[in-house]
Write a protein that binds this ligand. Sequence first.
Ligand code: GRF
Length: 202
Amino acid sequence: MRVVVLASGTGSLFRALCRAQAQGAPFDIVALVADKPCGACEGAAEFGIPSQVVALPAQADAGDRGQWNRDLAAAVGGYSPDLVVSAGFMRIVGPEFLEHFGGRMLNTHPALLPAFPGAHAVADALAYGAKVTGCTVHLVDAGVDTGPIVAQEAVEIHRGDTVDTVHERIKVVERRLIVEVVSTIAQHGYISDGRKAYLLHE
Ligand code: GRF
């Protein structure tokens, strides 16, 4: 199974996938695509995986992102992936991207969806006073963190935690979960009716 990973940040999730592949996981990471030069790109170089940056032009922040989505789809499509994995990719993809990869794109989110969607999930859970948060791997649809849930795992929030301490605890779980989900999909696949999704185990 050919996998293209999208990332924007330090890339620890991407590196976890690369390490798993190096240790024999049943998938093939064929490229990293980022929206800016970032730690994940350095990780790609370390693992000998091609990487490409498709930067979002500043003016697109305010309005039409169609061209950026088309450019992103062309870059990703150039690697002919079976699965696209958004692993710390801090951009919402639009219809021009999803028309190509919708239904075969995963995202990993640092909260137990549908609680705390969006870019500040860890801070939001902490500020709310939640005692349990976690991470969610879901299929990407047109909404913000609304797609069918594939896997979730809980992580406790303790008194005295900060955004950084909670996020690091979540990311330990997130790195394992994304590797497990991508491995299971590579071996057995998944089904989704557009609202619910299930991994197909033996
Ligand atoms: C993860 O928690 C991901 O869910 C969130 O950003 C983090 C990415 O971490 N959107 P890294 O850059 O892979 O270390």
